[in-house]
Every structure is written in structure tokens, then in C-alpha cells.
Design a protein around this ligand. Structure first.
Ligand code: C2E
Ligand code: CA
Ligand code: CA
Length: 652
């Protein structure tokens, strides 16, 4: 019973659970309250005018005067209120009290008119009915936004009044009362519908707002993701460009000073190749974190990708700030990065570009810093270099040469020359070393010392290396007694398909694997000790031998000889040429020969330029000799081998 009653009363209660709806209703209501009180006061005045002749001072004058005073005061009070000044709690409170008060006042007016009704003439009574109807309909309209209040007016005012008029005056007024009841019922329906669509409108506005906020949040999130590097959490390259472009815009009106540092880690690629990407990623995170701690507040740190970072300094002291940051980062990287049981010694090549007090060109600034960084790297790394316009010459030449090599390979401008290797005891040519030559270059020949490093850094060494191997195997196929040495760059050796490609060339040219020896430098071994061991071992299985080239030129480790299954070591010409003048050179060579003999390796001495060196090398125990003394690199036909190897080949 009680729940049913509660359900029936629900439309008459002010719903306060939906704050948005309540606020919207209040906003509407606020505009209508002064009007409501004015309607009440106007009707009261009209009734007073109609009943002026009635001789009841209290009912005909005092009550309406008091009522009008209260109504107009309230109207004035509400008229001055501003919607924005109300809190949610106040809105609930005012809506509740005002709707009750306004309803009560409407009731009071109706009750007052009904009290006057028996005192009036028939003409007065018609006027009273008219004013009652107008008052009630007006009040319902004004209270419309607050359904509970409007329905209360209908329930307490309109319907009892129309009932009163049915019974009053011996049912003479029933037509008026029926019309009042009918209009009141219709208005209740209109009101309920209007309230429902008003609530729907507010809900859909709210949904729209929520969706809009969600869209804004998502786009902000996307923007953040797009400008952040996922691995380190630092702003990324895009963020740097955006910042530089912003600086560019600002610098047009107000010149600014900007310095940018491009930091490329030294030694990171080796760590990544050797220990895998997971370790690489952990190191990048560690370094990013450490960098972030060292970069002062006025500078911004970005991760450009890979092992490259950028730091942006703005303000009049940008150059000095950037130098300070660079020094701090170099100092930081002087200490090894510890990860589990491993210690990684990294370094950084840092390039700096500065734009002082003028317009900032973001792309040019980045290019300059990049150029300086590459120069720092090529000068041994672990240092800072500021951009200098003269740096562009070398860079430009490199870029041009990269393109030239590609075109040169397509056009067949490359060639292979061969340098003989002789048996130290007999002097017979036992092998040749294939050396790449760019003899067909339109701009004039260029030495391998220049084009090989460019081919290596631009990735073209794979194509060039395979060309040399293919050409040499093809040309040497008719020389069964001659062994062939081919140089292999670390990048080629690292390539996962390198072994298959060598096999394919051997198969295509029908070149016996036992006659082929690949020459690699120790740089590769330092970078990839385990992988190098596996690759060398698999070449050995194939029958292809591997020589350690330029031994003694770098920080050669005798340990390599024990660790890797080399068939030959080639003593670098810097050691060979030191023979005779530098007593340590001959001691070193003798030691190497002893060790190599113990490990069953052949020792070849390179760069032999005269007989004196040849003699000393023979004495030291070298097995093979190579150098200008025995023959300069030349096309196969010019080597003068016709009488020896080929003749033996023919008689075989
Ligand atoms: P390398 O492997 O040490 O080759 C021997 C270099 O020493 C050759 O220089 C050769 O001309 C030079 N040489 C030979 N005998 C003497 C001598 O008695 N005295 C002097 N001063 N030099 C001598 P080249 O041909 O200029 O090659 C330079 C380097 O370029 C090579 O050094 C090798 O590392 C690289 N290279 C050449 N061709 C290729 C190739 O096809 N592939 C790869 N990956 N590297 C190559
Ligand atoms: Ca070589
Ligand atoms: Ca060499």
C-alpha cells in the first residue's frame, strides 16, 4: 500500500538525483519566477478592481494588499539573482522552497477568490471564475520547468476549483467548471510531454558533452603518444621538430638563441648485436633516465630513435648551456653501464649547432648538428664538435660518392685487380688477393681506402663484395693451383644471408671452396665474438678458409688466434715495414709465427717492399709474403703468371 502511494506521489516530488537536469530546469525556472509573481499580483489587482464595491475590508482590500506586497518583493528578489551564482545544493533548496511557496501562494489566491465568490454579484462571480482560471493556468505555465510544482498546482488548485464551481450556484457554473477541468487536464498532458522532451534534450546534450570530452581526451592521448618515444618515455623526434617549428615562428618577431646537441652513443650497436635487443632496450632506458637527470630544467631532452638523442637549449646563454650539458653527458658515459654481470662501456659522439639571435631554421639546425655529430664520430667518437661550415664539404662529397657507387655498380664501372702472394721459401706465386678497383669511374679512379668505407656505411658493400667474389671466382676458375683471397667487410660477415650467398657464388662459378680464403679484420671479432666464431666454423665446414687480416695494426689480441679457427694470419704492413728499424717488430713477428705454428696456422706477411724485409720475414718463419716487392695489384692478365700456375694447370 505504502509503496503504491509513494509511486503515485512520485510525479509530485522534486527529482534531485540528476544534477544536470535540475540545473537546466532551474535556469528555465529562474527566468519565469518574477513573471509568476507578477501574474499573481496582476490577477489579484484585477479581482480587487472587480470586487471594490464589496463591503468586506479584510477580504476586498487588506488581504490582496498584503499579498501583492509579498509577491512583488519576491519577484524583485528573484529578478536580481544570476544563475551562475547558485551552487548545486542551493539550487535544490531554492527549487524546493520556491516551488512550494509559489504553489502555496497560488492556492492562497484561489482560496481568497473563492471566499470572495459568495459576496459578489453574478457579474462579479463570472469575473472571479475567469481570474481563477487565468491565475491557475498562468501559474502552471510558469512552474512548467519544475514538473512537481506544476502538477501540485493542477492537483490542489484546478481540479478542486472546477469541482467547487460544479456545485456552486446550483450548478449554474458547470460549463465554466467543465472547461476549466478540461483545459487543466490538457495542460497536465502537455506539461508532462514537455518535461519529458526537456529531460531528453538535457540528457542528449550531456551525452554529447561526454562524448566530446572523450574525443578530446583521446585526441590529447594520441597527440601525447605521437610525440612520445615508447621505449624511453622521452619526447621523440616529432616533438623536437614541433618545438623547433614553434621556435621558428616566434623567432620571426623576436629573435632567439637556440643550441641543439645531437648525441649518438658509441659502442651501442655492438652491444645490441652481441647481447640482443632486450639488453639493448634496457640500456637505452637506463641511458635515457640518466640523461634526463643530467639535463638541466631549462634544456629539453628528446630521443630521436635508435641510440640517438637530442638536447635543445634556448635563451641568450644557449651555447654555453649546451656545452655544459654535453660535458655532463660525456662525463656520465665515462662510467660503464652495469647490467647484471655485464659492464658496458659506452661513449657519445656529440654534434652541436647554434642559431644566435636570429631566425631559427629548424631543418638547417638539425642538419648542422647531425653533420657535426658524424664528424665527431668519424674522428673517433666520445667528444663534442660544434658545427663548422667547412664540415659540409666532406659530407657533401660522401653523399655524392654514395650515389656514384650505386650508379657505378649498375654500370659495371668496378673491376678486380689481383696481388700475388708468394711462398716465402720458393718464391712461387701460391695465391692472389682480389682487390676492388673503380677503374671505370667517370670522374677518375678512386682508391678502395676511400670508396670501401663509404660503401660500408651506405650498405652497398654487400653488392660490391659479392661482385668482387663473383668476378674473382670466375676469373680464377682456370687457375687450379692458385688460391684466392677475398676481403670481406664486417658488415658483410654480419649479414645473415652472407654464407648462402658465398655458397651460391661458388656453385655458380664451380669454384672449389678449398681454394677460397676470406680475409676479415679483427674489428668484427671485437664486435661479435660468439657469432664470429660460429660463422668462421661453418665456413671451415664448407672447406672455405678464413684469414685474420691486418693483424698487428689495431689492438691485436693474441687471444683471438686461440679463440677462432683461422687458417691464416696476415701480418699488417705497418709491422712488416718496421722490420730492421724497430727491434720490437721482429720480436713480435717471431712470437706470432711461433704461436701460429703451434696452432697450425699459415703466417702471411703483407706490405713487403724490398728484399731486406723479405729476408728478415723468411728468417722470422713467415710462410707467405705479399707486397710490391713481389707484385703490385694488377689485372690477372698483367700479373705475369702465365708461365707458372697456368702452365701447371695445363699439364695437370
Ligand atoms: P688490405 O686488405 O690490407 O689490402 C692490401 C692493401 O695493401 C692493398 O691496398 C694493396 O694495394 C696494398 N699493398 C700491397 N702491397 C703493398 C706494399 O708493399 N706496400 C704498400 N704500401 N701497400 C701495399 P688497396 O688495394 O688500396 O686496398 C686497401 C684496402 O681496401 C684493403 O686493404 C682492403 O681492406 C680494402 N679492400 C680492397 N678491396 C676490397 C674488397 O673487395 N672488399 C673489401 N671488403 N675490402 C677491400
Ligand atoms: Ca686484405
Ligand atoms: Ca691487409
Amino acid at each position: 500500500m505504502i509503496p503504491k502511494l509513494r509511486q503515485a506521489c512520485a510525479p509530485f516530488r522534486l527529482a534531485t538525483d540528476d544534477v544536470d537536469l535540475l540545473r537546466a530546469q532551474f535556469r528555465e525556472f529562474l527566468g519565469l519566477i518574477p513573471l509568476l509573481y507578477c501574474i499573481l499580483a496582476a490577477n489579484v489587482c484585477a479581482v480587487v478592481a472587480a470586487s471594490w464595491h464589496i463591503d468586506n475590508h479584510v477580504l476586498a482590500r487588506l488581504v490582496p494588499a498584503a499579498f501583492c506586497t509579498v509577491a512583488l518583493t519576491r519577484a524583485l528578489w528573484w529578478w536580481r539573482r544570476k544563475y551562475a551564482h547558485f551552487s548545486d545544493a542551493e539550487i535544490v533548496r531554492y527549487m524546493r522552497s520556491t516551488s512550494i511557496l509559489a504553489g502555496v501562494m497560488a492556492m492562497v489566491v484561489v482560496a481568497w477568490i473563492l471566499l470572495l465568490y459568495p459576496l459578489g454579484t453574478p457579474a462579479d462571480r463570472s469575473a472571479f471564475v475567469f481570474f481563477i482560471a487565468i491565475t491557475e493556468i498562468g501559474c502552471m505555465f510558469c512552474l512548467g520547468p519544475v514538473r512537481s510544482a506544476a502538477l501540485s498546482v493542477a492537483a490542489i488548485g484546478i481540479f478542486p476549483t472546477s469541482l467547487y464551481f460544479v456545485l456552486a450556484d446550483s450548478s449554474r457554473m458547470w460549463v465554466q467548471s467543465a472547461i476549466l477541468g478540461f483545459v487543466g487536464g490538457g495542460m497536465v498532458l502537455v506539461l508532462i510531454r514537455h518535461n519529458r522532451s526537456f529531460a531528453e534534450l538535457i540528457h542528449s546534450q550531456r551525452d554529447l558533452r561526454v562524448r566530446q570530452l572523450e574525443t578530446e581526451r583521446l585526441s590529447e592521448e594520441n597527440r601525447h603518444i605521437a610525440l612520445t618515444d615508447a621505449l624511453s618515455g622521452l619526447p621523440n623526434r616529432r616533438a623536437l621538430i614541433a618545438r623547433l617549428e614553434d621556435l621558428h615562428e616566434r623567432s620571426i618577431a623576436h629573435p632567439v638563441s637556440v643550441a641543439i646537441l645531437i648525441v649518438d652513443l658509441d659502442g651501442f650497436k655492438q652491444v645490441n648485436d652481441t647481447f640482443g635487443h632486450e639488453v639493448g632496450d634496457t640500456i637505452i632506458r637506463r641511458v635515457s633516465h640518466a640523461f634526463a637527470e643530467r639535463v638541466p630544467e631549462q634544456a629539453l631532452l628528446f630521443r630521436m630513435g635508435g641510440d640517438e638523442f637530442a638536447i635543445l637549449c634556448e635563451g641568450p646563454a644557449a651555447r654555453e648551456d649546451a656545452r655544459g650539458v654535453a660535458a655532463a653527458l660525456l662525463d656520465l658515459l665515462a662510467h660503464p653501464v652495469r647490467l647484471a654481470v655485464h659492464e658496458f662501456q659506452l661513449g657519445a659522439s656529440i654534434g652541436m649547432a647554434v642559431s644566435e639571435g636570429g631566425e631559427v631554421d629548424p631543418w638547417e639546425l638539425l642538419r648542422q648538428a647531425d653533420t657535426a655529430m658524424y664528424r665527431a664520430k668519424s674522428e673517433g667518437g666520445s667528444g663534442l664538435l660544434a658545427y663548422d661550415p667547412s664540415m659540409d664539404d666532406g659530407r657533401l662529397r660522401r653523399k655524392l660518392l654514395e650515389a656514384e657507387i650505386r650508379i657505378g655498380l649498375e654500370r659495371g664501372e668496378f673491376d678486380v685487380h689481383y696481388q700475388p702472394l708468394v711462398d716465402a721459401k720458393t718464391g712461387t706465386v701460391v695465391a692472389v688477393e682480389a682487390l676492388a678497383r673503380w677503374s671505370g669511374r667517370l670522374a677518375g679512379p678512386l682508391g678502395p681506402d676511400e670508396f670501401i668505407p663509404i660503401a660500408e656505411s651506405s650498405g652497398q658493400i654487400h653488392a660490391l663484395g659479392l661482385f668482387v667474389l663473383d668476378r674473382a671466382c670466375t676469373e680464377l676458375a682456370d687457375w687450379p693451383d692458385l688460391k684466392l683471397n677475398v676481403n670481406v667487410s664486417p658488415a658483410q660477415f654480419r649479414h645473415p644471408r652472407f654464407e648462402q650467398e658465398v655458397k651460391a657464388v661458388l656453385a655458380r662459378t664451380a669454384f672449389p671452396p678449398e681454394r677460397l680464403q676470406l680475409e676479415i679484420t679483427e674489428g668484427y671479432l671485437i664486435d661479435n665474438p660468439d657469432r664470429a666464431n660460429r660463422t668462421i666454423a661453418s665456413f671451415c665446414e664448407l672447406g672455405v678458409r678464413v684469414a685474420l687480416d691486418d693483424f698487428g695494426s689495431g689492438f691485436a689480441s693474441i687471444g683471438y688466434l686461440r679463440k677462432y679457427p683461422f687458417s691464416t694470419i696476415k701480418i699488417d704492413r705497418s709491422l712488416s715495414s718496421g722490420l730492421g728499424s724497430d727491434p720490437r717488430a721482429s720480436m713480435l713477428i717471431t712470437g706470432m709465427v711461433h704461436l701460429a705454428n703451434g696452432l697450425d696456422m699459415v703466417v702471411t706477411a703483407e706490405g713487403v717492399e724490398n728484399e731486406r724485409q723479405a729476408k728478415l720475414l723468411r728468417l722470422a718463419g713467415c710462410h707467405e709474403l705479399q707486397g710490391y716487392h713481389f707484385g703490385v695489384p694488377a689485372p690477372l692478365s698483367e700479373l705475369g703468371l702465365g708461365g707458372s700456375a697456368r702452365a701447371r694447370a695445363a699439364s695437370a
